[in-house]
Write a protein that binds this ligand. Structure first.
Ligand SMILES: N[C@@H](CCC(=O)N[C@@H](CS)C(=O)NCC(=O)O)C(=O)O
Length: 267
């Protein structure tokens, strides 16, 4: 079945729901449903796409969450041993990648994240607001390189006085300046999702000697992480993750303790 035919079916079902909602005299709900449908039908269908990444949060988790927000049925492919064979088939020799049903392979994590974010209604239509979101996505990505350059035994001190702390401080200041309840402005965007996912990756899973307590000095970052972690769609996403087979196969049985720090109740 082609992507178009699938979308038609999805649209037909959703339109039927919207009409039923109107019949039930809930026009406001129907309007929101229609707005969501328009966003999803804004371009080439992403239905049935595959997001491929390591079995980590890293540069992939924010996109997984955004695809979940968009209600797109995607294959959440998490590979490790297969990476050597897969690498030459990717456009940039790196992951994450997004493979569409017609075989198109897209790379570069933030480009894919913006695509998913637009479909989810999590990317501003105002260009300047969008640029602020992009500022944050780029600064957040710098976290990986900044921590990597600091030897692990120097990281605790560096967060207080060095390059890592300086970057965290700049992110905190940008959020405090441009956020009005959310990372940028007062609506949830992929910048909030990335604050949640990237700090979760950098402090909770990937790097030695980096801990969540290091965020105690950054109240705005903390508040955004908590708000995202307790958002019903994010809670729903992680409930689904807890059931995923890869936790037991890739991680040697069950959810490792350090990953538990992703869940709202443990923040
Ligand atoms: N600019 C790229 C960098 C991607 C990147 O470095 N990905 C890492 C994982 S986070 C990777 O694929 N490493 C394996 C390799 O380079 O062989 C992006 O943002 O997607």
């Amino acid at each position: 079945m082609s992507g178009g035919a699938y979308l038609d079916e999805q649209l037909r079902a959703a339109l039927t729901d919207a009409v039923k909602t109107v019949v039930l005299e809930k026009p406001a709900d129907a309007k929101a449903m229609m707005a969501g449908l328009l966003l999803q039908s804004a371009g080439t269908s992403l239905s049935g796409c595959t997001l491929t990444y390591f079995p980590l949060s890293g540069r992939g988790e924010a996109t997984r969450i955004a695809l979940h927000f968009a209600g797109i049925d995607f294959i959440d492919s998490r590979i490790y041993a297969e990476w050597g064979d897969f690498k030459p088939t990717t456009p940039w020799g790196s992951m994450p990648t997004l493979t569409l049903k017609d075989g198109t392979v897209l790379g570069q994590g933030r480009a894919i994240l913006r695509l998913a974010g637009k479909r989810a209604g999590l990317y501003p239509s105002d260009d300047v607001e969008a640029c602020k979101v992009d500022n944050l996505l780029d600064a957040l990505d710098d976290i990986f390189a900044t921590i990597s350059k600091v030897p692990k035994e120097e990281r605790v001190e560096n967060v207080k006085t060095g390059t890592i702390g300086s970057l965290f401080g700049k992110i905190e200041a940008f959020l405090a300046l441009h956020g009005k309840g959310c990372a940028v402005g007062n609506s949830l965007t992929i910048a909030d999702i990335s604050v949640f996912a990237v700090f979760g990756a950098a402090l909770g899973t990937i790097f030695d000697n980096m801990t969540y307590e290091m965020l105690d000095a950054y109240p705005t970052i903390l508040a955004i992480r908590k708000a995202v972690a307790s958002h019903p769609k994010v809670v729903e996403w992680f409930e689904k993750q807890k059931k995923q087979e890869y936790w037991s196969t890739m991680m040697g049985g069950g959810l490792p303790d350090k990953y538990k720090l992703f869940f709202a109740e443990n923040l």
